[in-house]
Ligand binder design. Structure first.
Ligand code: ZN
Length: 218
């Protein structure tokens, strides 16, 4: 009985070690800025949230977040608020699909994405800029109708329609996409070359890969 208990204990211990080795973000050497994740709606209540990963309406077909919240590192969050303010006189606002994303979610995305679509997801061995709290997925809402504006492709669509330089779609769709990009770029963000909705904030390299669950962020 005792031997059985010890064997079980050793087995559990080893399982934990193995699982731990596979479930932690890669360790990066060097100096990093302190983590300062800010909940976006606390800075600007006019930002619209459409947190797809907290619903089944995302490419995984199931909720991967337990809370519909969005965070960014403080300078990126403040820049997003400025971009939102710049859009207001034009009759538009920003809708946020996703911001900071815990590393374990990036790992899940990588595992379920087929090999020919991997350019649309980050390799967990390197981590995502979302994991650093420095990337945000956004679109535009029309402030009069409250509806999201038409874009050349859907959020998280894994086709060439997602490329920011895609020349198809209607002139209106391309104008909306290009307006979003112009305003975001004027506020320190860079569009990802495969996704019109994904923007990285300048200096993202200075923040660590994080795996903090939303529940643990105040
Ligand atoms: Zn993204």
């Amino acid at each position: 009985m005792l031997l059985k208990k010890i064997t079980l204990g050793v087995f559990t211990f080893l399982t934990c070690i193995i699982a731990r080795g596979q479930t932690q973000p890669p360790v990066e050497k060097g100096d990093f800025y302190p983590t300062d994740l800010v909940e976006l709606i606390r800075l600007d209540t006019s930002l619209v949230l459409d947190i797809r990963y907290a619903t089944a309406a995302n490419f995984t077909g199931r909720p991967v977040y337990t809370q519909a919240r969005a965070f960014l590192q403080r300078p990126a969050a403040e820049a997003l608020v400025q971009a939102n303010a710049a859009l207001k006189p034009l009759g538009y606002g920003i809708v946020v699909f996703d911001g900071y994303r815990p590393w374990r979610v990036t790992k899940t995305f990588w595992e379920i994405t087929p090999p020919d679509k991997k350019q649309f997801v980050a390799n967990p061995a390197q981590g995502s800029r979302h994991n650093r709290g420095c990337a945000v997925d956004v679109s535009l809402v029309n402030l009069v109708t409250g509806k999201q504006v038409p874009m050349p492709g859907a959020y998280d669509e894994m086709t060439e329609r997602s490329y920011p330089d895609y020349t198809g779609g209607t002139p209106e769709q391309r104008a909306n996409r290009d307006l979003l990009r112009k305003v975001m770029e004027a506020h320190g963000f860079t569009v990802y070359r495969y996704e019109w909705w994904h923007f990285d904030y300048q200096g993202w390299q200075h923040y660590r890969l994080l795996d903090i669950p939303f529940e643990e962020i105040e």
